[in-house]
Design a protein around this ligand. Structure first.
Ligand SMILES: Nc1ncnc2c1ncn2[C@@H]1O[C@H](COP(=O)(O)OP(=O)(O)OP(=O)(O)O)[C@@H](O)[C@H]1O
Ligand SMILES: [Mg+2]
Length: 486
């Protein structure tokens, strides 16, 4: 049985459609007994601090809230460990009764079909990833941030809000984390207290636990977008104007090397993914990531993922190893999910040696900053290379740098498209083709801004033209009204 209490000590039995009470010796009754025993009237028994009252979550999904609430109440009453030895059917029968009871308590009427669905959902929660399940299923949530058992934030429409979801305690949270990472053959414990993993649906997971996380386990989930955001969508939601999208499509198609720069969570991977759609079907693409997130649509794609060290601290395969290996796989293009260290050197070399049209992302605040970061990363490769040599390698490898930002209103926007035009002395020359013109903030806190052409016609226009890709000059005309600059 799933709740502690004397087996069979049923003060009364209740029936439910299709399942005679007699066939369920451990069913609802002990739960009802326990109701009185543990939490008194459940509606008046918040078992742990609830950080955010419902009123503070005006945009919350009612169904999600109800599921979260029922799930919390169930957690207060049931013995989670016992769940593991029961079948879904057994648990389902028990839960059906207790849910009906709880709905009555909170005065929430549901028809039979709705109740059945709710029980199914709650089962998923209990047998799946616990309190995370309703959040994972809610498509409007893009990120889940669990800061120890009782504090769970989400991101919705670019804004962070606190939810009512919580875990029974930190051990429960740790169990869920372990369930996630062990499913991927990874582990997390005191000796190896942080891990990157993925959910079966592709969502990216990071977990860090004590002693590194001071207050308890911390779990961050970047949810996998079921329908990936493509270029058209980026234009329609105002992330960039069509003129810019058209330029980027041509840049990718015409095999220019692109560096996508941005802060954490600014939309770099999303942009990389969207841009990759312009790569031709006949090209051989190798993607390299720490945690595979990219969803390239082409058929000829090879996905490589790094591997952390094993228990003995051996066997690590890092991005640099994979970039080097990819060069022996006859790639036409290499797409590196994120450039963070010594692999920068190998990636730039690949870009300089025939793998045109390769792309990567980098954490930086401006295109200029992105180039300096690259230079630092070349230094991390352990090779003795002068700053001038490093810069000239960058200048010949990268042709386009785009900058992404998550603005104060939560919107993610492209805020610069710049072109690397060469070197002057020891300086890499960078010129902006599209520049973000910020005008202010409206009464609702929305940023009023527009991405505008600077008037400079990019040098790559000629390069692309010579390869049959013609960008109309009006795209770069600052006096022409921009189509969909939100
Ligand atoms: N233009 C956009 N508008 C709305 N949401 C977006 C946009 N771009 C990305 N997102 C969403 O924002 C979240 C972060 O995006 P993404 O993973 O691409 O960021 P990132 O810069 O790669 O983050 P990290 O630095 O953590 O790797 C995702 O949930 C994604 O679906
Ligand atoms: Mg990313």
């Amino acid at each position: 049985m799933i709740w502690p209490g004397k087996k069979g000590a049923a003060p009364h039995a209740r029936s439910s459609p299709g399942a005679p009470a007699a066939s369920r010796p451990s069913a609802a009754a002990p739960a009802i007994a326990r109701l009185g025993a543990k939490s008194a009237p459940a509606a008046a028994a918040p078992a742990a601090p609830r950080a955010a009252p419902a009123a503070e979550q005006p945009r919350g999904d009612i169904k999600t809230d109800l599921k979260v609430e029922l799930h919390q109440k169930l957690l207060d009453r049931i013995n989670l460990a016992a769940l593991e030895s029961m079948t879904r059917e057994q648990v389902g029968r028990d839960i059906g009764d207790i849910v009906a009871e709880m709905l009555k308590e909170i005065n929430h009427a549901l028809n039979l079909a709705e109740r059945k669905q709710l029980v199914e959902d709650i089962l998923d929660e209990l047998l799946g990833l616990g309190p995370l399940e309703p959040l994972l299923k809610d498509a409007s949530i893009t990120e889940i941030m669990v800061n120890t058992a009782f504090i769970v934030f989400i991101e919705r429409a670019g804004r962070i809000e606190e939810t009512k979801a919580r875990f029974a305690d930190n051990r429960h949270l740790l169990r869920i984390i372990q369930k996630i990472v062990s499913g991927m053959g990874r582990r997390i414990d005191e000796s190896s207290p942080m891990v990157d993993a993925r959910l079966p649906d592709g969502s990216r997971v990071n977990a860090i636990i004590p002693p590194l996380a001071v207050d308890g386990p911390i779990l961050t989930i970047r949810k996998f977008a079921k329908t990936p955001i493509n270029m058209e969508k980026l234009v329609s939601i105002g992330a960039m104007p069509e003129a810019c999208a058209e330029t980027l499509r041509a840049v990718v198609k015409g095999r220019r090397n692109v560096l996508i720069s941005g802060g954490t969570g600014s939309g770099k991977t999303t942009m990389l993914n969207a841009m990759s759609a312009s790569i031709g079907e006949h090209e051989r693409i190798v993607t390299i990531e720490d945690s595979a997130e990219l969803q390239l649509q082409q058929r000829h794609v090879i996905r490589l993922e790094t591997r952390p060290a094993n228990m003995e601290g051996r066997g690590e395969i890092n991005q640099r190893d994979l970039v080097k290996n990819s060069l022996r796989m006859r790639p036409d293009r290499i797409v590196l999910g994120e450039c963070r260290g010594g692999e920068a050197f190998d990636m730039l070399q690949a870009m300089n040696t025939g793998h045109d049209g390769s792309m990567t992302t980098i954490h930086a605040n401006t295109p200029r900053d992105a180039l300096s970061r690259l230079e630092q990363m070349i230094g991390m490769s352990g090779l003795e290379i002068s700053p001038k040599a490093a810069r000239s390698q960058i200048a010949s490898a990268i042709q386009v740098v785009i900058q992404l930002e998550r603005l104060s209103d939560g919107k993610r926007r492209l805020t610069s498209l710049a072109e690397v035009t060469g070197m002057e002395g020891e300086t890499v020359l960078l010129q902006e083709i599209f520049r973000f013109d910020r005008q202010g903030i409206d009464a609702q806190g929305n940023v009023i801004a527009e991405l505008k052409p600077t008037g400079i016609r990019p040098k790559f226009m000629e390069y692309l033209g010579a390869r049959g890709i013609h960008l109309p000059p009006h795209l770069f005309d600052p006096y022409r009204r921009m189509d969909s600059a939100a």
